[in-house]
Design a protein around this ligand. Structure first.
Ligand code: SF4
Length: 150
């Protein structure tokens, strides 16, 4: 399996990714910042490009399908270290049944919201990251909490 890559590399969509015309080198530096450590300047520049991307949610969800040790570069608006941290955290607290009963895309969004929440981001930050409404994010997290506590 290859490492997580920007969506442009594998799945062109009707909405043009923000990195479409950008040199891929900008998204893959010589070294990734470590989990929990300050991000490098090149990573900040790439994340800024992702912030305006119309396919950010799909790109992030696709990247999170890859294992921890195959996360490299900035993909889906997050550095490799940030994605590794999310994946490690989510492995410690897997989602429960009613969340996984929802349609596949919805499930990915819920899982992404939970991972971001577990990584310390607040509702507004998660909503911005996933391009969702803040209330929607709170509903996802509340449903997840209800399942965990049931
Ligand atoms: S989210 Fe970032 S890496 Fe993914 S397609 Fe958009 S600009 Fe490219």
């Amino acid at each position: 399996m290859t490492a997580a890559a920007p969506l442009t590399a594998t799945a062109p969509t009707r909405q043009q990714p923000a990195c479409w015309d950008v040199d891929p080198e900008l998204f893959f530096g010589v070294a990734d910042s470590a989990e929990g450590q300050p991000v490098f300047a090149w990573e900040q520049r790439a994340v800024a490009i992702c912030a305006g991307c119309p396919v950010l949610v799909k790109c992030l969800a696709a990247a999170l399908e890859f294992p921890v040790d195959e996360q490299h570069g900035v993909v889906g608006g997050m550095t490799a270290g940030q994605r590794r941290a999310l994946l490690r955290t989510s492995r410690q607290q897997p989602a429960r049944s009613s969340v996984t009963d929802t349609p596949r895309d919805q499930r990915r969004l819920v899982q992404a919201a939970v991972r971001l929440h577990q990584a310390g981001q607040n509702g507004r930050q998660i909503a911005t990251r996933l391009q969702a409404g803040e209330r929607q994010v709170q509903r996802w997290l509340a449903a997840y909490r209800a399942e965990v506590l049931a």
